[in-house]
Design a protein around this ligand. Structure first.
Ligand code: ADP
Length: 330
């Protein structure tokens, strides 16, 4: 009981919520994308590892504040591209610029990465995990806790702030992971298969939640996924990569489809009778959405053809109706 009391005390910063953090001190959600922001540009990017050419001749542009989804078969170089964007890797050839930064440290300074596995520290509470980026930036624990508290409240995690990750569901852990990514306060979010490890129902919930959250976030987002529907639900534009060596073979603009007040509002209980789930169902049933999904899938199928000619490819991902099957997520 003593331990429990201590965790609860740690969970809620002394200044929250009766002494809210001044808006100017909150993790900024409004000035991370400026009109003069050049966005992300890749031109002629090529990267190999020994005899393996991972990506070749990749040209991409991500407009500031927009969300680009990248879909492609396993091993086509999606994660390699993200590593290059965020400065953890360098291309062998080509040019890359992230908000004008071309050096690896400069690119890294602009990016926050959310991996497929939540990578939460098991010995730390939710709050202590969430504040890691701020501690890494030199903030003290108290200050960092105060800063992330509004995000915990906004993401429905405040009541779990004192819990260890092991006590959370997979979906909640991914919400903490995304919160931690946002808390870094970086203008570019790199989401690498963020829901690939979740079951289908939790993944759908999290997609709805993330869509609502991202619409209100002025961030530039690169989302890598096997799941075509996920890319179309969450992004403004979707790029299809070929099998290795990965090239961008086509891009698709994603129209808004619906512009009801629920979109961009709270995930559930928007007050207009439309929940995020009903918006999702309407979108999935929209003939234009279905046509676009089919076009992306067809492009994906064509993109795989040169790389899967001879024998049945046991490792190749299989898509059914735009949702990645478990065997396609490796
Ligand atoms: P994806 O994310 O699309 O599944 P990756 O970018 O992880 O693909 O990998 C693309 C190819 O490059 C794969 O064949 C992979 O084995 C190879 N690769 C990626 N990183 C390395 C590395 N550090 N060393 C050697 N090979 C690598």
């Amino acid at each position: 009981m003593v331990g429990r009391r201590r965790r609860t005390a740690e969970a809620r910063p002394s200044s929250a919520p009766s002494d809210p953090v001044p808006p100017s001190d909150l993790v900024s959600l409004s000035d991370l994308v400026s009109p003069s922001d050049p966005g992300i540009e890749l031109a002629g990017i090529r990267r190999g590892f020994g005899d393996t050419l991972a990506v070749a001749d990749v040209d991409l542009r991500v407009e500031p504040g927009s969300r680009l989804g990248i879909v492609g078969p396993s091993g086509c170089g999606k994660s390699t591209l993200l590593s290059i964007v965020c400065g953890l890797d360098e291309p062998d050839a080509g040019r890359i610029s992230v908000l004008g930064a071309t050096t690896a440290p400069g690119r890294l300074a602009h990016c926050a990465w959310m991996p497929q596995q939540d990578l939460l520290l098991p010995w730390r509470s939710v709050l202590a995990n969430a504040r890691i980026p701020l501690e890494n930036q030199g903030r003290g624990r108290e200050e960092a806790s105060r800063e992330v508290w509004p995000l915990l409240e906004r993401f429905g995690l405040a009541d779990f702030a004192g819990h260890r990750p092991a006590a959370l569901s997979g979906g909640m852990r991914q919400r903490v992971s995304f919160l931690r990514t946002l808390a870094a306060g970086k203008p570019v979010l790199l989401l690498d298969e963020p829901f690939g490890a979740l079951d289908a129902i939790t993944r759908a919930d999290l997609q709805d939640w993330l869509r609502s959250t991202l619409v209100g976030e002025p961030r530039t987002v690169l989302l890598v996924t096997h799941d075509v529907e996920e890319a179309l639900l969450l992004c403004d534009r979707v790029a299809v990569m070929s099998a290795r060596p990965g090239r961008i073979v086509s891009t698709f603009d994603v129209p808004t489809f619906d512009s009801g007040p629920t979109v961009g509002g709270p995930a559930v209980g928007a007050g207009n009778g439309r929940t995020a789930g009903s918006v999702r169902r309407a979108r999935l049933a929209d003939p234009r959405f279905i046509a676009l999904r089919d076009a992306v899938l067809a492009s994906l199928e064509r993109a795989r053809e040169p790389e899967a000619p001879e024998a049945p490819d046991q490792d190749a991902p299989r898509f059914r109706g735009g949702v990645a099957t478990p065997e396609s997520v490796r």
